[in-house]
Each structure stands twice: as C-alpha cells, then as structure tokens.
Write a protein that binds this ligand. Structure first.
Ligand SMILES: [Zn+2]
Length: 582
C-alpha cells in the first residue's frame, strides 16, 4: 500500500474529527453502474478530510479489494478542492459477470454501492453504425417528413429512412448531475455505458482539478480495437471533429472544451476514418491557422502515421475510390461545416469561402467504403451535428434540413446493410430541444402582426413548400404558408415567422452580461419576443424530454420500451460479442 507522507501528520488530527468527516465518502463507478465484463475502469473512493490508511477498508462482495483487483491501492491526500483522501485502483477490471456490492469504510463511516457486471452473448454483428442526430427531437422528424415526403389530406407521401426501422425505443438522457444533459455526457453514455456529468466524457465527475482526478472508463473505440481481433473505427461529423459528440468516441476529458487533449486522444486512438471540421486544433500555436496551446502538429503526425489527408469533397471522394486508402483524415473547415440549406439552396453561411464541402451522406459512403476493408468489421459513428447548433439559434429550417441530411446518410447505410445481415444500424438523438409544430404562418391571412398570420387547428391547413428534390430537399423555404415551428425556451429576440435567408439566424447577443435581442432581426414587421430563459442565456437550450431511437440489424430487437441512454452501449457491445459469456 503506497502512503503519501502528509497522511501520517493528518492522522494525528484525532479520530473524532476524522469519523465525522468521513461520512460522505464517494465511490466511483457510482451506484447502479453497469460494467462490461473485462472492460477497464478507474476505481476511486474519495474520503473527506485526512484518513489514516489503517482506518480504510474497501471490500468487493465482502473480499478485500486488493485481492479482487490483484493490486495495491494508491492512497493519497489531496487538496485540489475540498481536503480529502483519495483511494485508487487505476485501470482495473472485473471479468466475472454478476452483482457486486462495494463497501468503503473509514472508521465508523461506511458507504456501499452496487454494480452489475455483464457479459455479452456471442458476436452477431460484424459492423455497427451509430447515427447521432444531435438534438434531434420529435418535431424535427415530423417537419423533415413534411418537407421531404410531403403531406396531403393528412397523409405523408412516404417514410423517412430514420423512421422506417423494425425496432424503436424511448431513451432517457439525464446525467449524473442534472435532468438536462449536454452532448458530452449523453454521448459518453452511448460510448462507455457509464453516466457522467455535463461537459464530461469518458470519465466520472469526481472531485479535483487535475486531469488525473477523474476516474476513466473504457470507451467503444478502445474496446473494439482491442477485441474481436481488432476492429476498425470511424468518426464522422459535419461539426468540428473536436466537438463533444465525435470526441466522446475516443476521449477522456472533464471539459468538452479541452480541444488540445481531444485531438491528442484521436491521435492515440487512431480511428481509421476521421472526418469533420475544426482543423486549427491540429496545428501548432505558431501556425497562422493554429489554435492549439502547444507546438504539436497533429496534421503532420497523422500523415506520418500513414493517414491520407483530404480537405475538400472532391479529394474525399477520390480517396474513397482509391482501393489503397486504409486511413483517412478529412478536415473540411476551420470550424463547423455549413448545413444542407446553405450548402445546397441558399449558398449562405461560409459556403462562398468553402465551396467544396462534403455532404454527410457522401462522407458516410466513403467511410463505409474504407472501413469495410477491415476483415474484423467496424464501428462507425456518424453525427448530423448542426441540427443542434441551428436549434440553439432558433433556426428551425436549417435544423430540419440537417435532419433530412441525416436521413440521407442513414439511407446510405441501409443500402450497405441491405443484402447482408451483419450490420447493426442505430439512429438516436443525444438529447432533445423544446420544439413543436403548432400550425402555420400564412401570409394570406389578414393583419400585419406575427400572431395575425398564425393559423391553428383547421386554419393551419397545410404548408405550401414546393415538392422536394431527389434528396428530399424542397428547393425553397421562402413560401407563403410556412410551418409554425416554435421553441419552448428562448432568449429575448425578434421574429417574423419567416426563414432567415441571409444566413443562420442569431436571436440574441450579449450586452453588459445580459442576452438582448439581436436588433438586426428587429425589422418593422417583426415581433419582439420576451425571453423565458435566464437573462444571461443568449441561445435556446436542451430539454430533458426522452428521445426516440430506431434500429435495424442483428441485436436491434433489444431496443423496445423506455431505456436509459447507457443501455445503447450495452446493446452495441452485446451485438459485437465483446465479452462473450466470460
Ligand atoms: Zn446542444
């Protein structure tokens, strides 16, 4: 047992104080954790205050933890945060499935947590493709279907690929610290099977400031690369590749903003396919485009590691068509790519500066073409990430066009999986937004104000978007009877009920530590909306509402009813047989 000297001094503090302080020790993984047999995790107990080592007793199903983990714990006094004594076993695992009762005692104070360690059945899926519609909510689906498939006399002209799947479940997304999650911890639940707190991924939100204070849990990239003979991994998005959702496939960080370390995690994990935006965080700070805080040049590192680098859709397709391409790094934008409405219809946003951006459906095709060369199969994550970003700025048209974008990417995967029964496809949101379709705004209605133009119930009738093109996109959103797609939470802002044709909408801006309406949009015929969010909040927010998951392929029958988001991980690792009957 390694003891840090400072402890001995602390031990003299007198046991009374010691006993009182030790009541609230915290054990990580938290209670009710479901742990994949054999998966690695950090085991941590935080005892408040200074605890003498001989006072500490930790058992796992009644057996001393040192025997169970076959290692000696590290016990260290820590003062980065409230004074405490940390008890660690790093990167341990439990191979025997079953229920575990873990008890940590210091003096008279005892804390117990219960875990379930689970094994998997035999492997049934060769590949898993996980689609994340970031912030995809029910209204997004409904609006996307109306625009892409049309609706006549109440009947839709067809099904979305994301809907038309044999299995469906409701997924609850709350994290360890709050009913409302953010993308980091919700995606981390999908990629590790463990819950975490807002902004964190691949770790538990324990006490402390140093990066090592947070107990790590093994993620899907690490798991599939070290099992089944080594599978391939792909991470594809149209946001910055360092953003929370793609990052949670590979990274272990307490803060989703820790882009430097997230890029390092990508390099260490080496997914065979990496595609998105956010190129500046691959470049050293001395580079004119570099945004790193160090002099590391990860672009050169990836090239040196054998990656083919591409920066445009044209280059990406060439790489995809090249039979020799086995590792691909695609960085198509300094920030987030533009969404489908701007890229394909309005040509706004940054399209003029980035005229050759890839479409998520093409990215998906190229990723599958490259990954399916790996004999042991692959895990691919594809994110339509701008659904969320546009929902935050109350720009529903752009959010819904990127829902149709997701649908097209899913269609590519369905075509790949169609004549082979070895690929599990899952489509799910990481969280929802408070959105709903309550009627239409009809310019033909009398009156000038927004509320005059709103049609509800029978007066809503049907929107008159032109018929969609072969990709499901109406060639215009600037029509006379538009959906009244409303947001349940918003800052002060002005709205006309019309699409923002000049570029993505920006409802509010920060002024004197307050979010105020963006006057650019407060045109004479606009309606000024008083916000209902905290006064400092300049954007729309996530909601705690459950999200819909749809799935097809081997293992998808496990999805039904209401499930916790951590269950998605379990179904994935079970389909891949990552811990068969151990
Ligand atoms: Zn979000």
């Amino acid at each position: 047992m390694r003891i840090v000297r400072r402890l001995l001094a602390a031990a003299s503090l007198g046991s009374a104080a010691l006993m009182a302080q030790a009541t609230a020790q915290t054990i990580y993984p938290l209670t009710r954790a479901e742990i994949l047999a054999g998966s690695k995790f950090d085991f941590k107990v935080e005892f408040p205050g200074a605890v003498a080592p001989e006072q500490v007793k930790v058992t796992v199903n009644g057996t001393d933890a040192t025997k169970v983990f076959g290692a000696e714990p590290t016990i260290e006094a820590s003062d980065d945060g409230p004074a405490r004594t940390d008890y660690w076993f790093r990167q341990v695992s439990l191979s025997k499935p079953g229920s575990y009762e873990v008890t940590a005692t210091a003096g008279t104070a005892t804390q117990t947590v219960k875990w379930e360690v689970f094994s998997t059945g035999p492997r049934r899926a060769r590949n898993v493709i996980l689609f994340i519609g970031d912030g995809l909510s029910m209204a997004h689906r409904t609006a996307a279907r109306m625009l892409a498939k049309g609706i006549v006399e109440g009947r839709y002209g067809g099904e979305l690929a994301i809907d038309d799947m044999p299995h469906m479940a409701l997924v609850s997304t709350s994290g360890t610290d709050s009913i409302v999650t953010d993308s980091a911890n919700s995606m981390s639940a999908y990629t590790t099977g463990h819950k975490s707190c807002v902004n964190a991924m691949g770790v538990y939100c324990a006490t402390g400031k140093s990066p090592n204070a947070y107990p790590k849990v093994e993620n899907i990239a690490e798991l599939v690369k070290s099992r089944n003979g080594g599978m391939a991994v792909g991470v594809v998005t149209n946001t910055e590749i360092e953003d929370a959702t793609p990052a949670a496939v590979v990274a272990h960080v307490r803060r989703r903003s820790d882009y430097d370390n997230i890029v390092r995690a990508f390099y260490e994990a080496k997914p065979e396919v990496i595609m998105g935006g956010g190129s500046p965080f691959f470049l050293p700070k001395s580079d004119q485009d570099g945004k790193r805080h160090d002099e590391e040049n990860y672009l050169e590192k990836f090239k040196a590691a054998g990656y083919r680098f591409v920066a445009t859709a044209t280059e990406m397709k060439a790489a995809g068509a090249d039979k020799t391409t086995r590792q691909l790094l695609g960085l198509f934008h300094k920030s987030n790519l533009d969404g489908a409405l701007d890229r394909l219809v309005l040509k706004k946003g940054t399209v003029s500066r980035y005229p050759d951006q890839p479409d998520l459906a093409d990215q998906t095709q190229v990723a599958i073409d490259i990954l399916s060369k790996t004999a042991n199969g692959f895990f691919l994550m594809v994110e339509s990430g701008l659904i969320d970003k546009y929902a935050h700025v109350l720009d529903w048209e752009r959010s819904v066009y990127d829902t149709i974008l997701l649908d097209n990417a899913v269609e590519v995967a369905r075509r790949f999986a169609a004549d082979r029964n070895d690929t599990l496809i899952i489509v799910v949101a990481d969280h929802s937004h408070p959105v709903s379709i309550i009627g239409t705004y009809d310019d033909a209605r009398p009156g000038e104000r927004l509320r005059d133009k709103m049609g509800i119930y029978a007066d809503a009738k049907f929107p008159n978007y032109p018929a969609a093109d072969d990709k499901g996109y109406p060639p215009s959103v600037d029509v006379s009877r538009r959906l009244a797609f409303v947001f349940g939470a918003f800052p002060d802002h002005c709205t006309t009920g019309k699409p923002s044709l000049g570029g993505p909408f920006k409802p509010a801006e920060e002024k004197d530590n307050k979010a105020v309406a963006n006057e650019v949009f407060c045109t004479p015929n606009a309606t000024r909306m008083e916000g209902n969010l905290p006064f400092v909040q300049p954007q729309g927010v996530h909601s705690a509402d459950d999200v819909v998951l749809t799935a097809m392929g081997p293992g998808s029958e496990a999805f039904h009813g209401r499930i916790d988001n951590t269950r998605v991980f379990r179904v994935i690792v079970d389909a891949l047989g990552l811990a068969p009957g151990s």
